[in-house]
Design a binder for this molecule. Structure first.
Ligand code: UDP
Length: 370
């Protein structure tokens, strides 16, 4: 008999939720992670009392009641509401696309005026949009596309908007109201003190080995294995590389109490090499101690192409990659011991709530409680 029922590779959100569920079902679980810390890409680190989002901004939002109740077992959430701004040629605009944005751009003061402007700019575009550019213009017109979408998107994904799937932009709401809340979900917030504590509580009482990269010899430690790293990496890229986007973060301490007055400011012009600047203390906007800090921590996010050795952050869900992923899935199907999970294992643009939902569903199937 193996020492553990489950070996969970990756102590990120997917791995931690699955490990918690398995442990609660009485299974013996071992979690390993190659990094020196828990929590994968939602890891936050304390700097000068400020939780710094080390792998980019993470704002929790969901409309899934069960998922919301679930995270609240492990963390107390504040009521942070994401209301980012976008800078284009020195001018600031509100996001997501709403009356404030349209007013700044066109001076339209009523929903009727804004709608008329968008409709006039839609042109003759008919039928299903075939790519991100067509989708964006159909949603908000050419001015918004050129000012706030094209440069940002092409930097983030490293290819023209005409070659990107329309689905990416459908993440963003378009509203004819003056509401700057980026997300439509019923619940939103950031854990007080950051995400690392939340994941640590999920993993309480579960053996976790950090600085431990997966090697095939570890398989014999457990009867079953959940692998949350990249599926093509797991198979040694034997069928070729799936495509990912990577990011480089430039983080610095600034000797001012408030650098930009908001958590997130995007830079949407093509010339600025970074996509956004995040000021971490604003995620803890209602924590008087954090806000009183005389300094602040700021991160600029530079998109880059992924190559072996870099961290993969985003999957590139076009047809070519979908086809290759399906072939890796077929390979995975031949190995009854391993299950894949998480953004990299499932090759999917999962938000945090989707990740938890997918991990809970897997646990229900796997542990026979669903
Ligand atoms: N987007 C944009 N302009 C912005 C912000 C977002 O065009 O100022 C588009 C862009 O196509 C991007 C998508 O919306 O790829 C999703 O952006 P989001 O900020 O939601 O991505 P994430 O936070 O997941 O990186």
């Amino acid at each position: 008999m193996a020492e553990f029922d489950y070996l969970v590779v990756g102590a990120g959100l997917f791995g931690a939720v699955f490990a918690r569920e398995a442990a609660d079902a009485g299974k013996r679980v071992l979690v390993i992670d190659q990094r020196a810390h828990l929590a994968g890409n939602i890891y936050t680190e304390d700097r000068d009392g400020i939780p710094v989002h080390c792998y980019g901004a993470h704002i929790f939002h969901t409309s899934d009641e069960e998922v919301w109740r679930y995270v609240n077992r492990f963390a107390a959430f504040n009521r942070f509401t994401n209301a980012p701004l976008a800078r284009y040629q020195g001018k600031l605009y509100h996001l997501p696309f709403n009356m404030n944005t349209f007013y700044a751009l066109w001076g339209t003061a009523t929903p009727q005026e804004a709608r008329a402007k968008i409709e006039a700019q839609r042109g003759e575009s008919a039928g299903e949009p075939r790519n991100l550019e067509e989708q964006a213009i159909a949603l908000v017109g050419r001015d918004v596309y050129e000012t706030l979408i094209q440069g940002y998107t092409e930097k983030q994904w490293g290819r023209p908007c005409r070659e990107l799937p329309a689905s990416i932009i459908r993440r963003l709401p378009v509203r004819l109201t003056w509401d700057n809340n980026y997300f439509n979900d019923a619940y939103q917030g950031v854990p007080r003190g950051g995400y690392t504590g939340m994941v640590a509580r999920m993993l309480e009482g579960i053996e976790t080995r950090l600085n431990t990269a997966y090697t095939p010899e570890l398989r014999s430690l457990a009867d079953r294995m959940l692998y949350t790293g990249s599926i093509d990496g797991y198979f040694g890229y034997s069928l070729g590389h799936l495509e990912y986007r990577s990011l480089r973060f430039e983080t610095e301490r600034m000797e001012v109490p408030d650098y930009q007055g908001n958590a997130v400011i995007n830079d949407t012009n093509a010339e600025t090499p970074y996509t956004r600047t995040i000021e971490h203390k604003h995620f803890a906007y209602d924590d008087p101690q954090v806000m009183a800090s005389p300094c602040t921590w700021v991160t600029r996010e530079y998109p880059l192409a992924w190559k072996e050795g870099e961290e993969p952050y985003y999957t590139v869900n076009d047809e070519k990659n979908a086809e290759l992923y399906a072939r890796y899935q077929a390979l995975a199907g031949e190995d009854s011991k391993v299950i894949f999970g998480g953004r990299l294992g499932l090759y999917k643009y999962l938000d945090m709530d989707d990740t938890i939902r997918a991990a809970l569903d897997l646990a229900a199937r796997e542990l026979g409680r669903g």
